[in-house]
Design a protein around this ligand. Structure first.
Ligand code: NAI
Ligand code: SOE
Length: 395
């Protein structure tokens, strides 16, 4: 059968990520030479969100019934942007209907769901993708390329952090604070990104969690009132008074990578003054790299192979079209890009993979995101038991 030159997409969810993905699907063919055309076919939203409101992004049809939408023969790719507990049900339904699936991170709320999703996608031979979008910041993709070229030598030390400060005690009990809905707190939300990002940049797997600590500082939060508990917080307990927080606010851990490097990871939602400080430092025998998303176009590189008297940090603006990944599609040098561009870059790579081409840099599928989920699980086990956990023991 000849390959279609378009892909009909169904978006499942209409919150924050509903907007970023809609923007990405809408923009991608304007900026990139896409091998197939993304058609924004149907957007699902909860009834109280007014699905038609998604029309402003370019969606052509609207649904309040995700089961019907993912099963529709019109749809080729199901893109899932719901809270974590609602990743596996639409993903598995879509795979059962033979659709390709893209899903937000973490791949699932639990390791079992993540494994089921990866197994189902493999068995059905559908294409799957997980939106670990920070891989597709040009500076992070460049770090991956530099490590692959040997520019930092043997990696000895990885330091990764994802610090936010939005979760003070004025924030009500939204789904992100409920273990049944989110799986975990800052851990699955933020450590998930830096585990993925460091696996991607180093090209290595985490083999051991040496130790971990998890803490919940705000133990109760105000319940969402009445129907306000619908919409973005569907599934959460509502009412008056307070409800129990069942996830962490902060998780720190130490780990070992397969190439021998030692590593530290930090995720916190109450790191006052840090709004989205998501980054890494990678120190190798020949050089080092530093990235911080709050200055996302910049990659710091220290080349220790240069004569000692001229060694120093090089601040690379990753905005040069001829040299830096994805930038050809965007603006001239130092006409910088922002948060949403990494999602559009990802949409481009999804379309390339669907068309049988290689992505610009490796893209995580369900099997790959399952490896990140194993690390997340091992960390929680380590924090719980106060002992090291080998990844080989977490399946
Ligand atoms: P959100 O709360 O803003 O929106 C979630 C949407 O899911 C709602 O608007 C609704 O349309 C839908 N929904 C909620 N409950 C539902 C239910 N019971 N059944 C069906 N649909 C339901 O959440 P947000 O921030 O968009 O997060 C969604 C996912 O995206 C999460 O998995 C989160 O971890 C991930 N995320 C990823 C980011 C990234 O950087 N890649 C950034 C923010 C979120
Ligand atoms: C909230 O902490 C959040 O939106 C996360 O869910 C994302 O994954 C992160 O990239 C930005 O912050």
């Amino acid at each position: 059968m000849p390959q279609k030159d378009f892909v009909n997409i169904a978006l499942i969810g209409a919150g924050f990520m509903g907007r970023t993905h809609s923007n990405a699907w809408g923009q991608v063919s304007r900026f990139f030479k896409t091998p197939i055309k993304p058609v924004m076919h149907t957007a699902f939203a909860l009834p109280e969100e007014n699905p038609q409101a998604m029309g402003k992004w370019g969606w052509q049809n609207f649904s309040t019934d995700w089961q019907k939408t993912v099963a529709s023969p019109d749809i080729d790719l199901v893109d899932i942007v719901t809270p974590n507990f609602m990743h596996a049900p639409p993903a598995k339904a879509a795979i059962a209907a033979g659709k390709n699936v893209a899903c937000e991170k973490p791949i699932a709320g639990t390791l079992t769901e993540a494994r089921d999703m990866a197994d189902a996608a493999k068995k059905a031979r559908v294409k799957s993708f997980v939106w670990y979008n920070y891989r597709r910041c040009p500076a992070v993709a460049m770090a991956h390329k530099l490590v692959k070229q040997g520019a930092v030598g043997d990696i000895r030390h990885v330091r990764a952090f994802y610090l936010q400060d939005w979760a003070d005690d004025s924030i009500p009990l939204v789904w992100r604070f409920d273990k049944k809905l989110a799986g975990s707190g800052a851990h699955g939300d933020l450590n998930a990104h830096i585990v993925d990002m460091t696996r991607f940049v180093t090209g290595q797997e985490i083999t051991t969690i040496v130790g971990a600590i998890a803490e919940t500082f705000v133990k109760e939060r105000t319940l969402m009132a009445g129907s306000a508990a619908g919409g973005i917080a569907a599934g959460i307990k509502s009412g008056s008074g307070k409800g129990k927080v069942t996830v962490d606010d902060t998780v720190l851990f130490l780990a070992r990578f397969s190439g021998g490097a030692v590593a530290s990871f930090e995720a916190a939602r109450q790191a006052t003054g840090n709004q989205n400080r998501n980054g890494f430092e990678i120190n190798g025998t020949k050089g080092s790299l530093k990235f911080n998303f709050e200055d996302m176009n910049r990659l710091s590189f220290y080349d220790a192979t240069r004569p000692r008297e001229v060694q120093g940090w090089t601040e690379i603006m990753c905005t040069h079209g001829g040299s830096h990944p994805y930038v050809d599609a965007w603006w001239p040098d130092a006409h910088i890009i922002g948060y949403e561009h990494a999602f559009t870059n990802m949409a481009f790579d999804i379309l390339k993979v669907l068309a049988g081409q290689d992505p610009t840099v490796p893209i995580p599928d369900f099997a790959d995101a399952y490896q990140t989920q194993r690390v997340l699980e091992a960390v929680l086990l380590s924090a719980d038991k106060h002992e090291p956990v080998k990844l080989a023991d977490v399946k």
